[in-house]
Ligand binder design. Structure first.
Ligand SMILES: *[C@@H]1O[C@H](CO)[C@@H](O)[C@H](O)[C@H]1NC(C)=O
Ligand SMILES: *[C@@H]1O[C@H](CO)[C@@H](O)[C@H](O)[C@H]1NC(C)=O
Ligand SMILES: *[C@@H]1O[C@H](CO)[C@@H](O)[C@H](O)[C@H]1NC(C)=O
Ligand SMILES: *[C@@H]1O[C@H](CO)[C@@H](O)[C@H](O)[C@H]1NC(C)=O
Ligand SMILES: *[C@@H]1O[C@H](CO)[C@@H](O)[C@H](O)[C@H]1NC(C)=O
Ligand SMILES: *[C@@H]1O[C@H](CO)[C@@H](O)[C@H](O)[C@H]1NC(C)=O
Length: 452
């Protein structure tokens, strides 16, 4: 496997120099952070085979990674290039985003529609939006822009057909897109905050577009009225669409993070409006309190031992959103930056695993426990990048050359097998994709009606 290819060289080097194994970084030194980030990014990309362009190997059972993690990968790599200036992955980034864009330029490839949720689609939309924000070169096909891709996703997520029609959850975005999919009758907070995030950031790009800003307002009032975001600014997982008064109180860092970044974007586009400042301050404080016990990020719903593969990626979004908040609302840096520093230092210290002795761990309280994965790499990468200022990077070299021979319109329309079939058992439902797949844990605990 590619990720072990430099083993012997690394080993030789280590034994020759007597340097201790593991990633070393000085978090107060930009050059050191960049150098460490380059290694972590390289090790992250070693998981990307490109067999299906844009996706990490999967989705299960063909590999460990669900479709949404591809969107997460390009998000992290766009951050990497814009914060370090290293453009060596540009072709892979553009090829990946374009291959997955689907025939309608909305990141709903026929391959994955049977299992792709609103949250997943939104994450791909946000990856395209980040390409816009970081001036990544336009795709170079059919006059397409990354902004169009993001806008198309937002438009679809805005439609009533994606939402709960009536009752206490009325207006809420469902977890799943299609009635036949497990999770259709669940209102996922993550899907809703991802939608708000897309709208808020697009509004900034579009000169404070009021329609989009209104969508963010509506989403936050829905979440706050139902208590999916409560008065302490805890961000809870979701509720059955039949009853938004009965809340699944699991907390995931990715949902808090995307809510927080939405609020920061609204704070920015409204020139510091008090309503958004209150929400931003509340979410920032609670996010730091809940997800950074002793200053180091922790996925509290599952660490140390119960994280599924999806959950290993969440801390990537946690760090990148906090970094983004510092850009959009610079006053928040006083609170955020010191925590990002302690967290990034602990994150890097976990990178002692694998055959190259620098693969990163999931739990950041010491050395790696030996389990390696793309989520672990991505989370540490984002932690390191969150310490670097955003920089203006030269436009990517190719003009859409990354599209290669395929352009996403030629993909087969055959849905993939087992993960696509709606299921009535928890066992099969485990194969259901979706960022909120970990809600299964909560559902079991609450013995609620998700899989009736
Ligand atoms: C769809 O699946 C086919 C067959 O596995 C693959 O060749 C193609 O690249 C996939 N397309 C997308 C957009 O994932
Ligand atoms: C691309 O834009 C140019 C200039 O606006 C236009 O002439 C051309 O027809 C467009 N091509 C497509 C495929 O839309
Ligand atoms: C919403 O309306 C549908 C059809 O009109 C009905 O079957 C369903 O029970 C209603 N749901 C709630 C939560 O009121
Ligand atoms: C404003 O937002 C709406 C809804 O997303 C969108 O359809 C419209 O194109 C946007 N306007 C501009 C000028 O970007
Ligand atoms: C909005 O973001 C810009 C760019 O980071 C920043 O310079 C500006 O101060 C922010 N506005 C507010 C109100 O914080
Ligand atoms: C995209 O793929 C379709 C179907 O294979 C093909 O007809 C079309 O020429 C391709 N477009 C580009 C710009 O490569």
């Amino acid at each position: 496997m590619a990720r072990f290819s430099s083993v012997s060289f690394a080993r030789l080097l280590l034994s020759a120099t007597g340097v201790l194994a593991g990633l070393t970084v000085d978090v107060s030194d930009t050059a050191s952070v960049k150098a460490a980030a380059a290694l972590v990014a390289e090790d992250l990309m070693s998981f990307y085979t490109g067999e299906i362009p844009g996706l990490l190997p999967g989705p299960p059972p063909d590999g460990g990674y669900y479709q949404w993690t591809g969107g997460a990968l390009w998000t992290a790599m766009l951050d990497y290039r814009s914060r370090t200036g290293d453009t060596q992955y540009d072709d892979k980034i553009s090829q990946g985003l374009l291959w997955q864009r689907g025939p309608n330029n909305d990141f709903l490839s026929p391959n994955w529609t049977a299992s792709e949720g609103n949250d997943d689609q939104a994450i791909w939309g946000m990856a395209a939006l980040l390409a816009v924000e970081t001036d990544f070169t336009a795709p170079g096909v059919d006059n397409l822009t990354y902004a169009t891709l993001a806008q198309n996703v937002l438009d679809e997520l805005s439609t009533p057909s994606r939402r709960v029609e009536n009752g206490s959850c009325a207006g809420g975005l469902r977890w799943q897109i299609y009635l036949v999919n497990t999770g259709y009758n669940y209102v996922s907070t993550l899907a809703n905050v991802a939608y708000a995030n897309l709208a808020a950031r697009l509004s900034l790009q579009d000169g404070n577009n009021e329609t989009q800003a209104d969508s963010v307002d509506d989403t936050f009032s829905f979440l706050q009225t139902t208590g999916l975001i409560d008065s302490k600014f805890d961000v809870f997982d979701g509720a059955q669409s039949i009853n938004c008064n009965e809340i699944n109180k699991l907390q995931s860092s990715i949902a808090a993070a995307l809510a927080l970044e939405s609020a920061a974007a609204m704070f920015n586009s409204t020139q510091g409006n008090q309503k958004w400042k209150t929400i931003l301050d509340g979410l920032t404080q609670q996010t730091l309190d809940v997800f950074f016990p002793s200053g180091v990020a922790k996925e509290i719903a599952c660490e140390p031992a119960n994280c599924n593969t999806d959950m290993t990626f969440f801390k990537s979004f946690l760090h990148r959103s906090l970094a983004s908040a510092m850009t959009l609302a610079p006053y928040t840096a006083d609170k955020i930056l010191p925590v990002l520093k302690t967290s990034a230092a602990a994150a890097a210290a976990s990178c002692t695993g694998g055959d190259n002795d620098r693969m990163c761990g999931l739990v950041w309280s010491g050395k790696s426990n030996g389990q390696i994965g793309a989520g672990q790499q991505m989370s540490v990468l984002s932690a390191l990048l969150s310490l670097l200022p955003t920089e203006t990077v030269a436009k990517s070299s190719g003009s859409g050359t990354g599209t290669g021979s395929g352009n996403g319109t030629s993909s087969t329309t055959t849905p993939t097998g087992s993960s696509s079939s709606p299921s009535s058992t928890v066992g099969n439902a485990g194969a259901q994709t979706g960022v909120s797949a970990f809600v299964l844990i909560g559902s079991l605990l609450l013995t609620n009606l998700l899989f009736n």
